[in-house]
Ligand binder design. Structure first.
Ligand code: PHE
Length: 357
């Protein structure tokens, strides 16, 4: 018994890590370990012998177990000490002089356009990115059978088996916020809603997640002329030039009547994207006079109020303004890209201070 004791206690003392310790534990006091085998021999002993050997074996087992526990705690302490030593850092060091974080161009463009529309009397509204198909489609005059549902390449959320309710969707545009804003605030109303939207689409100018800013103005005397003026003023302010060329194209959306899409003149030469020149057009927004059914769905009387709405692609504005040719890189989280195209964090855009610097 003394041999066993000194063998295992010295093995425990030498164990390098918890795995080694576990191997020793199994060999010594495990179910089939040496101490257990010895205990089995108790049956063959005379009662007198057993009276001596029984307690001694139990004491041996306890001693080995406590040595194991103590060693385990010691190993954990040593591991912690080692971590503290290697992960040491001096919290009294002064902060780094050069800033490495930057504002993403989409954030920058959102701040810029918010500043412009705020000046025109629009306030910022918000809505959820996961919405019901009622807000995303039905309330916007896109009933179940409407081809626009298929055209939008909608991401549908999963519903549990046997749950027949229509699935929630990742909103395909910011237009559901028109309805939510009407419900919440009534008319007259002037809001914009910048935010992320989702469609299954992927190429140089499309990503499955992108950003739009919705605009909605309702009052008793709003016409298409107000829409055109607002958009032209916005684009001039945003690009900080007077000679951007816009093209209004007659179009169709179920939620506006009449509808117009707006393209901006640009060129893609040798991998650089420029506005105001060239023979290409990039579509940047959809717009129109809000359909009476949509105004009614928002709980407002369409015989009293009318208005305009628009949905602008924020990422595309950023591409054009900052000459970034590929939309996909926007969302790669590549630090080199972010350092190159990013903006100073504390440089908040405003109309008096300048929109971009
Ligand atoms: N929701 C439309 C789209 O995503 C854009 C739009 C908004 C058109 C508002 C008209 C009015 O394509």
């Amino acid at each position: 018994m003394d041999d066993l004791k000194s063998k295992y206690l010295s093995q425990i003392a030498d164990a390098a890590d918890e795995n080694a310790l576990e191997t020793i534990r199994v060999a010594a006091v495990g179910k089939k370990g040496e101490v257990a085998l010895k205990m089995r021999e108790l049956g063959k002993m005379t009662p007198e012998e057993r009276q001596v050997a029984g307690p001694a074996l139990n004491a041996l087992k306890n001693e080995i177990n406590s040595a194991l526990v103590a060693k385990k705690a010691g190993l954990a302490d040593a591991a912690l000490d080692e971590r503290l030593r290697t992960e040491w850092l001096d919290v009294t060091l002064p902060t780094r002089a050069s800033r490495t974080g930057t504002l993403h161009p989409v954030s920058q463009a959102s701040e810029e356009l918010t500043a412009i529309f705020a000046e025109m009397g629009f306030s910022v509204a918000e809505g959820p990115r996961i919405d019901t198909d009622w807000y995303n489609f039905d309330a916007l005059n896109i009933p179940g059978h409407h081809p626009a549902r298929a055209e939008m390449d909608t991401f549908y959320m999963h519903r549990a088996e046997g749950d027949d309710r229509p699935p929630h969707v990742l909103r395909t545009h910011t237009s559901p916020v028109q309805i939510r804003s009407m419900e919440k605030m009534g008319a007259p109303l002037r809001i914009i809603c910048p935010g992320g939207v989702y469609r299954a689409d992927y190429d140089q100018t499309h990503t499955p997640m992108f950003h739009q800013v919705e605009g909605l103005a309702l009052d008793t005397d709003i016409s298409m002329a107000n829409l055109k003026w607002t958009l032209e003023e916005f684009v001039k302010s945003f690009f900080e030039v007077d000679d951007v060329e816009l093209r209004f194209r007659a179009s169709h959306f179920p939620f506006t009547e009449p509808s117009a899409e707006v393209d901006i003149r640009c060129s893609w030469k040798d991998g650089t994207l420029k506005i105001g020149e060239g023979d290409d057009w990039m579509e940047i927004l959809g717009s129109g006079m809000v359909h009476p059914k949509v105004i009614a769905a928002g709980g407002i009387d369409p015989d009293v109020y009318q208005g305009f709405a628009f949905g602008i692609g924020i990422d595309r504005l950023a591409m054009l303004k900052y000459g970034i040719p590929d939309l996909r890189a926007f969302f790669d989280s590549d630090l080199r890209w972010l350092r190159h195209y990013g903006f100073q964090c504390l440089d908040m855009p405003s109309l008096h201070g300048g929109l971009s610097r």
